[in-house]
Design a protein around this ligand. Structure first.
Ligand code: 3HC
Length: 687
C-alpha cells in the first residue's frame, strides 16, 4: 500500500503521508506525492491541495537509510518531486505539525503556502549528516526566510519554532485547533489567487545580500572555529552564495554539484553512520521484551560538588525534584549557590527565563540528612573517587532507601560490582557516569553490574532521554569505555615527551586531527594535580613533578604550558627543563618524533583498547564506543568515532602500525586479537 493517500474535502484534495515513524521521504513516499499532485492537476474538480503528515510529524526529511543504496537515486528523486509540487497549477498548502526537516522543509518550501501549529519546528539539519539541503533548500530558503537566516539555519542544522518561522515569513499562518480543518479552510481562501506564489521566483529577500556580498566572508570568519574541519558548512555557504549571485536555475545546479561532492565524501558517510549509531546506543540487547521501566518521580544526589551539582541540574531542568545531601552546611551552600549561578548564566544568554530558573531551583531540597533520601526513586552518589567512602555510603543507603529504589554511583573508574556487593540489593545498583560539566555534556555511561536488573537498566536509558542525555551501556571494567581508552593515549603521550616530542607537537597533532584539544591541553584544563594530592611525596613521572612544582594547569596559570592572564598558552621553558631532567633520569634517548608516530602511538592504541573493550564484552557494539568518544571527549563527528575511523583507515594498516610501534608501547601493551582477526579477514569493527 502506498504511504501516500488522498481524500477530497469539497474541492480541496488532501494528500496524507503515512510512513511511520517520521514520514521520511523514501522512494514510495516520493512516488506517491508525485502521483497525487499529478492527479490534482488533472482533475478539474480539484481547486487546491493540502499536504499533511499523519502520525507524529510532517516529513522529517529524506530517508537516511536509503542513502548509499540505489533507492536514493530511484526516480522520482526529491529535486524532481519539489519541482512538480511548485509547478502544480493549483495552489498547494503544506500543513505542518511536528517537524518539517531537511527534505521535509524543502517540500514545504516548494508548496505555495505553509500553515503550521505553534509547536511545529522547521529546520535543515543536513549539515549534521555531512551534506547540504539538496532539493532546492539552499536556493528557496534564502528567498523565503532571508539570506542571514538561511545561512544560520543551514550551517547550524538547528530548527526554529513555528512562531519565529511565522515572524520571518516562512509560515503564512499559525493554526490553533485542528490542523487539517484549518488548512483546508486556508486552501479555500487562497484557491483563486493567481499567479501562484513560487519560492523559486522570489527575489525580494536576496536584495540585501546582493548589495553586500561581503556578508558571506564575514559569516565565514565569525564561525571559523565552529566549522573547523567540517566540509559541509563551507559547501552550504557556497550554495547560498550561488542563490544570491545566480538565477535560480543555475543556483540549483551548483547546489546539486556540491551535494553530490559531499555525499560521496568520507565525512558524510561518517556523520550518517553516527546518526544511526546514536540511536542504536539506546537499545540493549538480550533483555526480556516485557521489561518495563520503574517510575522515577524523585531523585536524590549525594555530594554537592561540581559533579553532584551538575547532575542535579539535569533533573531539575527536566522538572524532576531533587534532594541533595552534603556533610557540611558550608559545602551545601556553596554547591547550591553554584547551581543557581549556572542557571542565571544560562538565563543571561537567553536560553532560560528568570521564571524557569525559579521553577528549577524550587524543585531542589538541600539537606545534611542522608535519611531525607528515604522517599527517592533514584539515588546517585557523587562523592570523590574512593572505594571505602563509596562502600560506606552504599551500606548506609541500603538501610535508608525504600524497597525498589535505584542506587547509582557516578564513579568514573571503580567497580560497580564491588560497590553493589555492600548492599543486600545488588540488582538495584548500577553506575551512572556523567561527564563534566554534567549539566552540559550529552554523554551518560550507564554501567551495568553483573547483577543489575533489566528493569533498572531500562529505567536508566529512558531517564537519560528525559534529561536529554545520550546513554551508552558499559560493562564493569576499570574506566568503563571512555576513560579506559583514554589511558593508553595519556601513557603514550607522556612517553613521547621523554622520547623527544614536545607537548605542543603532540597537542597540535590531536587538534589538527579534529579533537577540541590535545592530551596536555586537556590535562591543564582538568588539573595536572588530579590524583596527585593523595600522595604528594610520590614523584614518578613528569606529571607528578609538574604537580609538585605547583604547575596544576590553567587554574594556576602554569601547567604543561605557561598561561597569561587571559589564559592564552605559550610553550614553557620550565616544562622543557623538567622533560629534559626526566629524559636523563630515565636514560631515554631523544630523537625526532614524526606526527605519524604520534598518531600511531596515541590514536592507534586507543583503537586497540576499544577493540579490547569489545572483545571483553564491556561495550555492546563498536558504534557505542564511537558515541562515547564523540559525545564525551569531542572526537570529531566527521571521522565517525575511533572505531569508524579505524575502519576508514583500514584495520590492516592499524595493526601494522601497532606492530611496528610495539617495542615502544611498554610492557603492559596487549594487541587485541579481535582487531587482528578482523584485519586478517578484511572485516570492519563497525561492520
Ligand atoms: N530517515 C530514516 N530514518 C529516520 C529519519 C530519516 N530522516 N529520521 C528518523 N529516523 C528514524 C530513526 O532512526 C529512529 O529509528 P529507530 O526507532 O529504528 O531507532 C526513528 O526514526 C525515530 O527517530 P528518533 O529516535 O530520532 O525520534 P525522535 O522523536 O527523538 O526525533 C526527529 C525525531 C526529530 C525527526 C529525529 O529523528 C531527526 O532529527 N531525524 C533526522 C532528520 C534529518 O536529518 N532530516 C534530513 C534528512 S537528509 C535530507 O533530507 C536530504 C535532502 O535535503 C535531499
Amino acid at each position: 500500500m502506498s504511504p501516500i493517500s488522498t481524500k477530497i474535502h469539497g474541492d480541496i484534495l488532501i494528500v496524507e503521508a503515512n510512513n511511520p515513524p517520521v514520514n521520511a521521504l523514501g522512494h514510495a513516499v516520493r512516488e506517491g506525492l508525485v502521483k497525487a499532485i499529478e492527479a490534482a492537476d488533472a482533475k478539474e474538480a480539484v481547486k487546491a491541495v493540502v499536504i499533511i503528515g499523519l502520525g507524529q510529524t510532517f516529513f522529517a526529511g529524506a530517508d537516511i537509510s536509503e542513502f548509499g543504496t540505489p533507492k536514493a537515486f530511484a526516480q522520482p528523486v526529491l529535486p524532481q518531486v519539489v519541482d512538480i509540487i511548485e509547478n502544480c497549477t493549483k495552489p498547494v498548502v503544506a500543513a505542518v505539525h511536528g517537524t518539517a526537516l531537511g527534505g521535509g522543509l524543502e517540500v514545504a518550501l516548494a508548496c505555495h503556502y505553509r500553515v503550521a501549529v505553534p509547536s511545529a519546528k522547521f529546520g535543515v539539519p543536513e549539515v549534521k549528516l555531512g551534506i547540504l539541503p539538496g532539493a532546492g533548500g539552499t536556493q528557496r530558503l534564502p528567498r523565503v526566510a532571508g539570506v542571514a537566516k538561511a545561512l544560520e539555519m543551514a550551517t547550524s542544522g538547528n530548527p526554529i519554532g513555528a512562531k519565529e518561522a511565522h515572524d520571518i515569513g516562512l509560515v503564512d499562518r499559525l493554526i490553533e485547533g485542528d490542523l487539517e480543518q484549518h488548512a483546508v479552510a486556508f486552501a479555500e481562501e487562497v484557491r483563486a489567487i493567481r499567479p501562484l506564489p513560487k519560492s523559486s521566483e522570489r527575489d525580494d529577500k536576496l536584495a540585501e545580500a546582493r548589495a553586500n556580498p561581503a556578508l558571506f566572508d564575514d559569516f565565514r570568519k565569525a564561525n571559523a572555529k565552529k566549522f573547523r574541519g567540517f566540509d559541509a558548512p563551507e559547501a552550504v555557504i557556497k550554495s547560498i552564495e550561488a542563490a544570491v549571485a545566480k538565477p535560480y536555475a543555475e543556483g540549483v545546479l551548483d547546489e546539486r554539484k556540491l551535494f553530490m561532492e559531499l555525499m560521496s565524501g568520507t565525512q558524510a558517510k561518517a556523520q550518517q553512520y553516527f546518526f544511526f549509531a546514536e540511536r542504536k546506543a539506546a537499545k540493549i540487547e538480550g533483555l526480556p521484551e516485557d521489561t518495563r521501566p520503574r517510575d522515577i518521580r524523585k531523585v536524590g544526589v549525594i555530594g554537592a560538588g561540581t559533579m553532584g551539582g551538575g547532575i542535579s541540574m539535569n533533573f531539575l531542568s527536566a522538572g524532576i525534584p531533587v534532594t541533595i545531601v552534603e556533610t557540611t552546611q558550608e559545602a551545601l551552600d556553596r554547591g547550591t549557590g553554584i547551581m543557581l549561578k549556572n542557571y542565571e548564566a544560562t538565563a543571561a544568554k537567553g536560553r532560560m527565563t528568570a521564571e524557569q530558573v525559579g521553577q528549577a531551583m524550587a524543585l531542589l531540597t538541600p539537606t545534611l540528612d542522608l535519611n531525607a533520601l528515604a522517599d527517592c526513586d533514584l539515588i546517585i552518589e557523587a562523592v570523590f573517587e574512593n572505594m571505602d567512602v563509596k562502600k560506606e555510603i552504599f551500606t548506609k543507603l541500603d538501610a535508608i532507601a525504600r524497597a525498589g529504589a535505584i542506587l547509582a554511583s557516578n564513579t568514573s573508574y571503580l567497580s560497580i560490582d564491588e560497590i553493589a556487593a555492600t548492599t543486600k540489593r545488588p540488582q538495584d545498583v548500577l553506575g551512572l557516569h556523567f561527564f563534566s560539566p554534567a549539566n552540559v555534556m550529552k554523554l551518560l555511561e550507564v554501567v551495568r553490574g553483573a547483577k543489575t536488573a533489566p528493569d533498572v537498566l531500562v529505567t536508566a536509558m529512558q531517564l537519560a532521554k528525559r534529561i536529554r542525555k545520550v546513554a551508552v551501556v558499559a560493562g564493569v571494567t576499570y574506566g568503563f569505555i571512555g576513560n579506559r581508552m583514554l589511558m593508553p593515549r595519556q601513557l603514550q603521550a607522556n612517553q613521547l615527551l621523554l622520547e623527544g616530542a614536545s607537548p605542543e607537537q603532540i597537542d597540535r597533532v590531536h587538534v589538527e586531527f579534529g579533537m577540541p584539544m590535545g592530551p596536555f591541553q586537556m590535562a591543564d584544563l582538568a588539573g595536572v594535580d588530579i590524583g596527585w594530592h593523595r600522595d604528594p611525596n610520590r614523584i614518578e613521572n613528569i606529571r607528578d613533578k609538574l604537580a609538585a612544582l605547583g604547575r596544576w594547569g590553567q587554574k594556576k596559570g602554569a601547567g604543561y604550558y605557561d598561561y597569561d592572564e587571559k589564559r592564552r598558552p605559550t610553550p614553557s621553558p620550565v616544562v622543557a627543563e623538567v622533560i629534559d631532567e626526566w629524559r636523563k633520569k630515565t636514560g631515554t634517548e631523544q630523537r625526532e618524533i614524526t606526527d605519524q608516530e604520534i598518531i600511531e602511538r596515541t590514536l592507534y592504541t586507543m583503537v586497540n583498547e576499544g577493540a579490547l573493550i569489545l572483545e571483553g564484552g564491556f561495550a555492546q557494539r563498536a558504534s557505542d564506543i564511537d558515541v562515547v568518544w564523540v559525545y564525551g571527549y569531542g572526537w570529531p563527528v566527521y571521522r565517525g568515532g575511533p572505531m569508524f575511523w579505524a575502519d576508514t583507515e583500514g584495520l590492516a594498516k592499524i595493526v601494522e602500525g601497532l606492530k611496528r610501534q610495539q617495542p615502544r608501547l611498554g610492557p603492559d601493551f596487549r594487541l587485541s586479537s579481535l582487531l587482528v582477526s578482523k584485519a586478517e579477514a578484511g572485516e570492519k569493527l563497525t561492520r
